[in-house]
Design a binder for this molecule. Structure first.
Ligand code: BES
Ligand code: MN
Ligand code: ZN
Length: 499
């Protein structure tokens, strides 16, 4: 599915569904809404005068044309103009696609005008969200929920987007939004696949396939290579499972040879049962999403490659399962990390930080300009920030602020938590160099403190996405399940570094 750039005027338009916005502060219909109204004999104006289109958010009406012009016009109330930002453009596009779905229409045209946004911002955001909204995960279903077999196959397949402005700039913005949306959708597809399908081997195969398609270099490390690299923390976590661990490395060479790369690291734990410190059964099925960070890095790397970002960027995904078994690591075990520190494992369910410790240590072999990792790391981040923001922590305030701003622009917000030395003392061990759990308080911070012990003197930041990577699908361009977050944030941050 690609979003196409509509350059026709209203008069030249032939579409089964045209979607136009109406703002609260509009005193009269204007632009395409006014043109559509003329073709409908004033029906939109009458609805508006009756107060049915007060322009409030979530108000929507469909009008049916006759003869020339669009077959249907969906008028969406989008709130006031001064509140209309990139996120509002995304919601507008998502609502249009959702209504097309409920009408079983495969094709629609979105018209974005009068927003007050820079056209490039509006066009990119709408194209990105339309691409995300049209995505579905149906590959595991053999029949639809209802009796209608068509429902399973039905997809919105053709989306046009009309935005006034410099034709080339708008076209570029639409292509960029579509590319980012497809990267997000790749992440969501990988997230949605269950643990028995999306194994570490599967993630590695999918990353390799994507790399071959986009021209990224790829290196896949298995048990022997991990052992040769002294990545005993990854090996320790994976010991409870029959599935082999993988370390996936994707390299985009958009910069000059020798330029320090940006390194993105994503937790790729394909199923987290907790290990011997086993989790309660309730909700454990959601732990297939414990590879969300890895999925987002794979999706972001696809977009970065396709956008030909003029920087060197490396994606690293440590991937394994965390299961209880007779061969699993045990509470009390002490493991030697790649970095050299010994780790006392008091709780085998704090496994993400173990595999990230080795991955972050390995990341330094690329002499990075900065490392950003993302991981469904702690339940505590849900207590701290709920489902509306990821936690961001790091050893460099400037980098943390760059990520916060990239999150604001991309619609994937993150919010800073402190990483003070006071918290680091919670990780002192009696018997090893560091312990993997820092007690009950400040769980997100102590988890990040643990990671910080493995980044050397690199500029580094960490995104805790346990509360945001998957969810109920409340935004109109999302669905229940994988969100693909923080793929958009990562791409936005990398692009901002490219200037
Ligand atoms: N994958 C979980 C974190 C998680 C929790 C993700 C809820 C999504 C939703 C992680 O491996 C984990 O189990 N963390 C423990 C750490 C604890 C043992 C210190 C947690 O948060 O309970
Ligand atoms: Mn765990
Ligand atoms: Zn986990």
């Amino acid at each position: 599915m690609t979003v196409t750039h509509i350059t026709e005027s209203f008069a030249g338009l032939d579409t089964p569904l045209l979607v136009v916005p109406v703002f609260t502060d509009d005193t009269a219909l204007s632009g395409w809404a006014a043109e559509a109204d003329a073709g409908l004999g004033g029906a939109i104006a009458r609805a508006r005068d009756a107060g049915d289109l007060a322009g409030k958010k979530s108000r929507a009406s469909v009008f049916y044309g006759s003869g020339a012009g669009p077959q249907r016009v969906l008028v969406l109330g989008v709130g006031s103009k001064d509140e209309f930002d990139a996120e509002a453009a995304r919601r507008f596009a998502g609502r249009g696609v959702r209504r097309a779905e409920s009408l079983s229409i495969a094709e629609l045209t979105l018209r974005l005008e009068g927003t007050g946004l820079a056209v490039e911002v509006a066009a990119k955001a709408a194209a990105e969200a339309a691409t995300m909204a049209a995505w579905r995960f149906t590959e595991m279903k053999t029949r639809s929920d209802g009796d209608d077999e068509d429902d399973l196959e039905f997809r919105v397949s053709t989306i046009g987007l009309s935005v006034d402005g410099d034709e080339e700039a708008v076209g570029d913005a639409i292509r960029m939004g579509g590319t980012i949306g497809r990267g997000v959708n790749l992440a969501r597809t990988l997230q949605s696949r269950p643990g028995n399908v999306a194994t570490p081997t599967h993630l590695a195969d999918e990353a390799a396939r994507m790399a071959a398609e986009t021209g990224l270099a790829v290196t896949i490390m298995g048990p022997e290579e991990l052992l040769a690299e002294n990545m005993h923390a990854i090996l320790a976590v994976s010991r409870g499972s029959i599935e082999e661990p993988r370390l996936i490395v994707l390299e985009h060479s958009g910069g000059s040879e020798g330029d320090a790369p940006l390194v993105l690291v994503g937790k790729g734990l394909t199923f987290d049962a907790g290990g011997i410190s086993i989790k309660p059964a309730k909700g454990m099925e959601d732990m297939k999403f414990d590879m969300s960070g890895g999925a987002a890095v794979i999706g972001a790397m696809q977009a970065i490659a396709e956008l030909k970002v003029p920087l060197n960027v490396v994606g690293i995904i440590p991937s394994c399962e965390n299961l209880p078994s007779g061969t699993a690591m045990k509470p009390g075990d002490i493991i030697k990390s790649r970095e050299g520190k010994t780790i006392e494992v008091v709780n085998t369910d704090a496994e993400g930080r173990l595999i990230l410790a080795d991955a972050l240590s390995y990341a330094q072999t690329f002499d990075p300009a900065a490392i950003v990792d993302c991981a469904t790391l702690t339940g505590a981040v849900v207590t701290a920030l709920g489902h509306h923001a990821a936690g961001v922590l790091g050893n460099d305030e400037g980098l943390v602020e760059e990520l916060r701003e990239a999150g604001e622009r991309s619609g994937e917000r993150c919010w800073p938590l402190p990483l003070w030395d006071d918290y680091k003392r919670q990780l002192d061990s009696e018997v090893a160099d560091i312990v993997n759990v820092g007690g009950r308080s400040a769980g997100t911070i102590t988890a990040a403190c643990f990671l910080s012990a493995f980044v050397g003197d690199c500029t580094w930041a960490h995104l805790d996405i346990a509360g945001t990577a998957y969810g109920e699908g409340k935004r109109p361009y999302e669905r229940k399940g994988g969100v693909g977050l923080p793929a958009r944030l990562l791409v936005e941050w990398v692009r901002s570094r490219a200037g």
